[in-house]
Design a protein around this ligand. Structure first.
Ligand SMILES: NC(=O)c1ccc[n+]([C@@H]2O[C@H](COP(=O)([O-])OP(=O)(O)OC[C@H]3O[C@@H](n4cnc5c(N)ncnc54)[C@H](OP(=O)(O)O)[C@@H]3O)[C@@H](O)[C@H]2O)c1
Length: 334
C-alpha cells in the first residue's frame, strides 16, 4: 500500500504482507514470493542487471522475502538468473530467503553428469556453482528440481544432509515429485535417519489442478509447504488477457496457441465474479490460493517492479467467504 509520509511528504510503501512457516519448519516465508525464472529472459525488462535489481529491490521493500530460482534459469544462458540475483542481493543477503534448485540439465556446465543429477557426485559440484553465482555462503532452501530416475533417494538425502552439516544449505525441498514419490521419500528419510524435505514445488493453478488428486494429499499428510509454480498460469490470471489477445509485451501474447486453448467462457465468468465483488482477478486468484491447505507461498514471477507491488498487495486485498471460494473452484473444475 502506498502512503504519503507525514513528515517528508514523499510516497512510501507500507508492507501489508504476511508470513507463514514453510511447511513443518521454522523457515518463515512471505505468502507472496518471487519466482525468478524471468531473470535473464530475453525481451523482458529483467533481461538486464538493472531490470532484475529493480524488481528484486522493489520486492524486498514490499516485504517479500522468498526468492525462488534454479541453477538452470536464465533464458538461453544457464545460471544467469542466479548470477543476476547474486549481484542484486550482495548487500541485502540477510533480508531474504534464497531458494534454488539442482537437477535440471545444465548442458555440461557442471561437467559430465550421465543424467544422474541427484547423485552425491553431482550435488557436490552443483552446490558450489550455485553458491559462487549467488555470491553467498549459504542457500536457505536447496531443492531437487526433479528426480533423475537413477539415484537412490537415500543417496540424495545423505548428500544434502552433509551440506546442511557443513552450513552450505539450511533446508531441503523437492519439486515435480508424484504423490507416491513424496510418500516414498518420507519413508526412506525416516527409516535411514536422514533429513526430511520441508517443501514441495509442483505446478498448480486454477487451470492446472492435477496435484489435488495425489500430490496435495501427500503434501498435507507429511506437513510439507507447497510452493505452487506457474500460479498465475503465465500471467493469465492477472486479468490482462482476453479472447482478443493481450498487451504486446505479455508473455502469452507471443504464444497464441496457448491463448487459443484457454477456456474463455470460464475466464469471463470469473472476471464477472470479480467485478461483482469489486476485486481484481489477481486479488481473487491469490486469495483462492492462500485459502488452499498446504500453500506456504505463491512464487509468482514478475518482469516489472509494478507487477511485484500488485502481487504483494494482492496477498491481503480480499478476504473471500467459504461460498466465494467454492464458486471459484466450481468455475475451474479439477
Ligand atoms: N519447479 C519447476 O519445475 C518450475 C517450473 C516453472 C516455474 N517454476 C517457478 O515458478 C515461478 C513462477 O512461474 P512463472 O513466473 O513462470 O509463471 P507465473 O507466476 O504464472 O506468471 C508470471 C508472469 O505473469 C506476468 N505477471 C506477473 N504479475 C503480473 C501483474 N501483476 N500484472 C501483469 N502481469 C503479471 C509476468 O509476465 P509478463 O510480464 O511477461 O506478461 C510474469 O513473468 C518461476 O519463476 C519459478 O521460480 C518452477
Amino acid at each position: 500500500m502506498e502512503l504519503v509520509h507525514e513528515k517528508t511528504g514523499q510516497n512510501v510503501w507500507v508492507s501489508t504482507i504476511t508470513y507463514r512457516p514453510l511447511g513443518n519448519s521454522g523457515l518463515m516465508v512471505s505468502t507472496i514470493g518471487l519466482g525468478c525464472n524471468n531473470f535473464g529472459r530475453p525481451n523482458t525488462q529483467t533481461a538486464t542487471q538493472d531490470g532484475t535489481s529493480a524488481v528484486i529491490n522493489t520486492a524486498i521493500d514490499a516485504g517479500i522475502n522468498l526468492f525462488d530460482t534454479a541453477d538452470v534459469y536464465g533464458g538461453s544462458v544457464k545460471g544467469l538468473s542466479e548470477t543476476l540475483m547474486g549481484v542484486a542481493l550482495k548487500d541485502r543477503r540477510d533480508e531474504v530467503v534464497i531458494a534454488t534448485k539442482f537437477g535440471g540439465d545444465m548442458a555440461g556446465a557442471n561437467g559430465p553428469d550421465w543424467d544422474a543429477r541427484a547423485s552425491r557426485r553431482y550435488i557436490r559440484r552443483a552446490v558450489e556453482s550455485s553458491l559462487t553465482r549467488l555470491r553467498t555462503d549459504w542457500i536457505d532452501l536447496y531443492q531437487l528440481h526433479r528426480p533423475d530416475g537413477i539415484t537412490p533417494m537415500e543417496e540424495t538425502l545423505a548428500a544434502l544432509g552433509e551440506l546442511i552439516d557443513e552450513g552450505k544449505i539450511r533446508y531441503i525441498g523437492h519439486s515435480n515429485l508424484s504423490g507416491w514419490q513424496i510418500a516414498d521419500a518420507e519413508y526412506r528419510a525416516k527409516e535411514a535417519g536422514l533429513p526430511k524435505f520441508i517443501s514441495a514445488q509442483n505446478e498448480y493453478s486454477l487451470l492446472a489442478r492435477g496435484i489435488e488428486a495425489e500430490v496435495l494429499p501427500a503434501i498435507n499428510e507429511y506437513g510439507l509447504g507447497l510452493l505452487p509454480f506457474f500460479p498465475l498460469f503465465n500471467g493469465l490470471f492477472t486479468g490482462k488477457y482476453t479472447r482478443g489477445g493481450g498487451p504486446a509485451d505479455g508473455r502469452l501474447t507471443s504464444r497464441p496457441e496457448e491463448l487459443d486453448s484457454v477456456p474463455w467462457d470460464a475466464m469471463e465468468k470469473f472476471q464477472s465474479f470479480c467485478d461483482e465483488r469489486g476485486v481484481t482477478m489477481l486479488d481473487a486468484t491469490i486469495a483462492w490460493f492462500l485459502a488452499q491447505p498446504g500453500v506456504s507461498s505463491i512464487i509468482a514471477g514478475a518482469t516489472k517492479p509494478e507487477q511485484v507491488l500488485q502481487n504483494a498487495a494482492a496477498g491481503t486485498a480480499w478476504q473471500p467467504t467459504a461460498d466465494d471460494l467454492a464458486q471459484i473452484s466450481e468455475l475451474f473444475p479439477a
